[in-house]
Design a binder for this molecule. Structure first.
Ligand code: GUN
Ligand code: FE
Length: 419
């Protein structure tokens, strides 16, 4: 056994192997080899006795967080223009901000800060939208790799119904996308994902070309679906040949033909929710964003009952924070409001929402987000608070999720490597 690939963390290990229940191992050893979890041990097995132990006392050790939907170029726009709804917000703020990423110096600065904030926040994996600009996108790939983060990163494609300064030529858009795919497909932790912005800013030719790329390179897909009533009406007008929004993506092999993330999924019929489950498309709940842009409340309980696997996303800059514990809290709070109008749909519990931000969302990356054997050793350490009266591990995780900040995180690991 080669010693250098073995990571031993000691602390109180906490994770959600199934949704809705924390598994807690007080005062135990979490052991990983070659970046993958081997097991959790109350006593250190003899064969590891000579190795270095990273001893965090009785601090909590939990899986790194997974942010399944975020826009890196909107980092500098956080908190701005949030009295608008989606389409006005895009036109008044977002497209102008994204236009700045034609300058790679600007991209470099913002993307460094974005990646540093992911690291400090304990987000070890994320699914990220860049902009249409291939050079800036290349820079973000490099920054994420340098920081040791895991990510799916998409160059955004948009070739219609947006200001000229941010509109691509269809062929160029596809060619630039393919070039980035070829450059990054073999990379270990940071990988490409096909990223049409959303149906309205895509021509049929673009969607067709992107679907072909997804199949040709067996790549996952991410986009936006059913976020806002005005957006949905617009899609109906632009694509009258399809009688549902999702069918626009589905028609072009961008809806579950390869693993697919769809942000928002707020305004779906019951049949459409069943289709998410059948096609294993992952809806990404972005509660901050949905509140800020008055988009609506995703029916999370209804989706869970239909067998859908839900992920959580910060969706900055429509969301106002990259810190996933606050996204967990907001998901729970929104589900409580929703349950007042829908008695049959009980609110989410903390371990259910925690699962979405770890193992549930992590499954998009493979075996990620849990501490079961074979899972990637993505872990963060939560400092305990030294309160006059001690909290149980269950209370500590509750306190951290509701009131914690990046300052409470003592260490972060992605695939066994310390960040
Ligand atoms: N729909 C299309 N583009 C965007 C975006 O940048 N943010 C959000 N929240 N929704 C979108
Ligand atoms: Fe988004």
């Amino acid at each position: 056994m080669e010693k250098k690939y073995i990571l031993i963390l000691k602390g109180t290990i906490l994770f959600t192997p199934t949704a809705g229940k924390f598994e807690i191992h007080p005062d135990s050893y979490l052991i990983a080899q070659g970046g993958l979890i081997c097991g959790i041990y109350k006593d250190l097995p003899e064969k590891y006795k000579d190795l270095t132990i990273e001893d965090y006392g009785n601090s909590l050790i939990i899986p790194g967080f997974v942010d399944l939907h975020t826009h890196a170029p909107q980092f500098n726009q956080i908190g701005l223009g949030l009295d608008y709804k989606l389409l006005d917000w895009l036109n008044h703020y977002t497209f102008q901000e994204e236009n700045k990423f034609r300058q790679i110096e600007y991209a470099q600065k913002v993307y460094e800060k974005f990646a540093d904030t992911l690291v400090s926040s304990g987000t070890t994996r994320s699914a990220i939208f860049a902009t249409i600009h291939p050079k800036s996108c290349q820079i973000l790939f490099e920054i994420l790799k340098k920081k040791g983060l895991g990510a799916y990163l998409g160059k955004v494609n948009m070739d219609t119904k947006c200001p000229d300064f941010i509109k691509e030529n269809t062929q160029q858009s596809l060619a630039n996308t393919e070039e980035l795919i070829l450059a990054w497909s073999d990379s270990e932790l940071v990988k490409p994902i096909i990223t049409p912005r959303f149906a309205p800013t895509s021509t049929r030719k673009l969607l067709e070309g992107l679907g072909k790329l997804a199949l040709k390179y067996n790549l996952p897909v991410q986009s936006h679906l059913a976020e806002n009533p005005g957006e949905i009406e617009w899609v109906q007008a632009l694509f009258p040949e399809h009688d549902a929004y999702y069918k626009v993506y589905d028609h072009y092999n961008l809806f579950g033909q390869t693993p697919t993330l769809m942000a928002h999924c707020i305004h779906l019929t019951d049949d459409e929710i069943d289709i998410l489950a059948t096609k294993k498309v992952v809806p990404v709940h972005c509660p901050d964003s949905n509140l800020n842009l008055t988009s609506g409340i995703m029916p999370t309980r209804k989706m869970l009952k239909a067998g859908v696997n839900i992920g959580l996303g910060s969706d900055i800059g429509a969301g106002h924070s990259l810190f996933m514990p606050q996204i967990i809290v907001r998901a729970i709070q929104l589900s409580k409001i929703y349950s007042l109008q829908h008695e049959e749909d009980a609110p989410l519990t903390l371990p259910e929402a925690f699962y979405m931000a770890t193992k549930g969302g992590g499954s998009f990356f493979g075996k990620v987000g849990s501490f079961e054997p074979g899972y990637a050793a993505d872990a963060i350490v939560i400092k305990n608070e030294n309160l006059p009266s001690e909290l149980s591990p269950l209370e500590e995780i509750q306190r951290f999720i509701y009131t914690g900040s990046a300052q409470n995180i003592a260490a972060r690991y992605t695939a066994g490597k310390k960040l």
